[in-house]
Design a protein around this ligand. Structure first.
Ligand SMILES: [Zn+2]
Length: 479
């Protein structure tokens, strides 16, 4: 009997990996083994340690990966899977592949830097500390990626096929509809990946991609994310709030530091800053976009402008490429990045990683967190246990590079930027289903968020909903 096994993002938001095993394949072999997503665990150590463990089935016996989108918690373990022996195809949409070609090598680079740091300082239990994978290994696995357009059915074996539907989360993001035929009957499973904002209000700057989440689904089995299962995003326009934070910071002589995912989130944020500057609502202070992948990321963002909402397209038409804007500087090289540390006049620094798990943002925070004139603004989800979550929680200090950095800067979070549907929006989407799924499993949520969403769906829609557990196997029974 075919089954699904939850290898990640079960009991937590990161490390998305769902294994489909179709044992009983009519060809008489062991059957097909397909991974939906192959993400990094981030946050608490108990989860991060699992990045170093092998998959329950050998990587070389996994036939294919189907990838929903280019966030590291969904794609960041792919180079490790390849390192462990996986040689199969990785199916993804074309924009996702472009984004992965920037994000994965950068992730390898950060892994190497971290290992190098620990070896220099002797701060690791392991001698020597090793990277999970290197930049070269990440680049090497890019040749396995194969583009599949939205809506096209891809047959992987006699019995298993899949199709991408729009998820509306980030550029290229998809849900995966998996069709399993067995003994003459067919069952459809839907893996949502991350679900974007339902277009109920135009004041959600998190929403940039135009299409999705696609309505009118009809899966027999639903595997659904629950990141914001216990939250409702604020609906008011984020611009006045952002403008106020920037003005206040500049007035007291401080700088604004924004940890942001380098691809898409950073570009969206830049367009908002530009709009506010042009409208005279914030002063024209220098803006530093500090990420080695920033320039390439802008190019990908502009390449797919036709996938964006009318509002986002209008901003792109009006202002053109951020690479050309006066006062906006892109630090591609390490030396440029270091120079930003010496700047003593007010400026805005946008740098990755978005959850402060690594990257150049660490240096900026070491320099800027101890000064109460400065302002940190979070514009994305902070997984529990990450430095981002610690800073956001109001802690007095945070550990960066083996030392405690005092937090005296102001800290704010603008939840409107979220790329994830909140509870109300998830229910709006579920209500478009043609029929209730026979079973629904919640993944990609912390315990409280998943259980609150479970209650909301069962009480408001009457569906049978369960919370997925790590390593749990569920039968993909006959329909
Ligand atoms: Zn995501």
């Amino acid at each position: 009997m075919a089954y699904i096994q939850f290898l990640g993002a079960a009991g937590t938001v990161t490390g998305s990996k769902h294994l489909i095993n179709t044992s009983g394949d009519t060809t008489g072999k062991k059957g097909l083994q397909v991974l939906i997503d192959c993400g990094l665990f981030q946050g608490h150590k108990e989860w991060r340690q699992r990045n170093w463990e092998d998959t329950p089935v050998p990587a070389r016996e996994i036939d294919a990966v189907i990838l929903t989108h280019a966030h590291l918690d969904h794609c960041g373990w792919i180079p490790r899977l390849a390192k462990e022996g996986f040689t199969g195809p990785i199916y993804a949409t074309a924009p996702t592949i472009d984004l992965c070609s920037v994000v994965l090598p950068d992730s390898g680079h950060l892994q190497e830097e971290e290992a190098r740091f620990h070896n220099q300082k002797g701060t690791s239990k392991h001698q020597p500390a090793l990277p999970l994978y290197t930049l070269n290994e990440a680049e090497e696995c890019l040749r396995l990626f194969k583009p599949v357009p939205f809506g096209e059915t891809k047959q992987l074996s006699n019995e298993l096929s899949f199709r991408f539907a729009h998820a509306g989360h980030i550029l290229g993001s998809a849900m995966v509809e998996v069709f399993l035929r067995h003994n003459g009957s067919s069952r459809k499973s839907l893996f949502t990946g991350d679900i974007g904002r339902v277009p109920v209000n135009s004041g959600a700057p998190g929403r940039v991609v135009y299409r999705g989440p696609d309505p009118n689904e009809d899966p027999d089995l639903l595997v659904m994310e629950s990141t914001y299962g216990n939250r409702v995003h604020p609906h008011e326009d984020v611009r006045p709030q952002l403008a106020q934070l920037v003005r206040d910071t500049v007035k007291r002589g401080g700088s604004v530091v924004v940890p942001a995912f380098a691809v898409e989130r950073t570009q969206k944020f830049l367009f908002l800053l530009k709009e506010l500057m042009e409208a005279g609502q914030i002063p024209r202070v220098p803006v530093f976009v500090d990420s080695p992948m920033a320039i390439k990321a802008v190019e990908i963002f502009l390449k797919y402008a036709c996938d964006f909402t009318e509002e986002a397209c209008a901003l792109i038409r009006k202002y053109g490429s951020p690479l050309e804007w006066p006062g906006f500087q892109f630090a591609a090289k390490q030396e440029d990045s270091k120079k930003i540390n010496d700047i003593r006049y007010p400026c805005i620094i946008v740098s990755s990683s978005g959850m402060v798990t690594g990257g150049r943002i660490l240096h900026h925070l070491i320099h800027r967190l101890p000064d109460p004139r400065n302002q940190v603004i979070f514009v994305g989800f902070q997984a529990p246990g990450t430095r981002g979550a610690i800073i956001k929680s109001g802690a007095k200090s945070v550990r960066i590079y083996s030392s405690e950095v005092e937090i005296r800067a102001q800290v704010a979070a603008l939840e409107q930027f979220s790329d994830h549907a909140d509870t109300d929006e998830l229910l709006i989407w579920l209500k478009t289903f043609k029929k209730p799924p026979q079973a629904t499993y919640l993944v990609h949520g912390e315990a409280d968020a998943a259980s609150r969403l479970q209650q909301a769906i069962s009480s408001r829609l009457g569906w049978d909903v369960k919370i997925a557990h790590w390593l749990e196997k569920i039968a993909l029974g006959e329909g």
